[in-house]
Design a protein around this ligand. Structure first.
Ligand SMILES: [Cu+2]
Length: 158
């Protein structure tokens, strides 16, 4: 699914390159994963590499996930030696740039999970951009720090 969209996005980019608008058209996500948490967790972090192959800044303004009550944009910052999560109104990826969402930095936060997400499961999250476009992405739930067991790439036939 992710790979298919990536191919589509590349094809569309070719067609729309001269139109300059719709930054969301150039959005591409790599390595999307959700960190497994205890069943009692009130929130789960979701991470990815977000690429912007368009000529416009790509501005992420929100996300939706059927498995969570709400998805917030967060950044973890250090304040006086303490890690604190700060909610972001938007997160921008510069033209032809990329931004890594990772533990200790930018991340998506799945608030009030509606079911327990176990390692190995998939969860769909739709990214919403400022230009009105959106990008559905299938995230993989992983344990611990989410060290990619990178044979995952061989299973992307869905
Ligand atoms: Cu957070």
């Amino acid at each position: 699914m992710v790979k298919m969209f990536r191919v589509m996005a590349v094809v569309l980019m070719g067609f729309y390159a001269s139109l300059a608008g719709a930054a969301g058209m150039g959005a591409m996500v790599e390595n999307p994963w959700v960190r497994e948490a205890p069943p009692t967790a009130a929130a789960l972090g979701a991470f990815m590499m977000l690429h912007n192959h368009s000529t416009q800044p790509l501005v992420l303004v929100g996300a939706e996930c059927a498995a969570a009550g709400e998805v917030q944009l967060h950044r973890t910052v250090m304040e006086g030696g303490m890690a604190r999560m700060v909610r972001q109104g938007s997160i921008e990826v510069p033209s032809h740039g990329q931004l890594e969402f990772k533990p200790g930095d930018f991340h998506l936060m799945l608030m009030k999970p509606k079911r327990v997400l176990k390692a190995g499961e998939k969860v769909d999250i739709t990214l919403k951009f400022k230009d009105g476009s959106s990008l559905p992405v299938t995230f993989e739930v992983r344990g611990g720090m989410g060290t990619p067991m990178d044979h995952g790439k061989m299973h992307h036939n869905h």
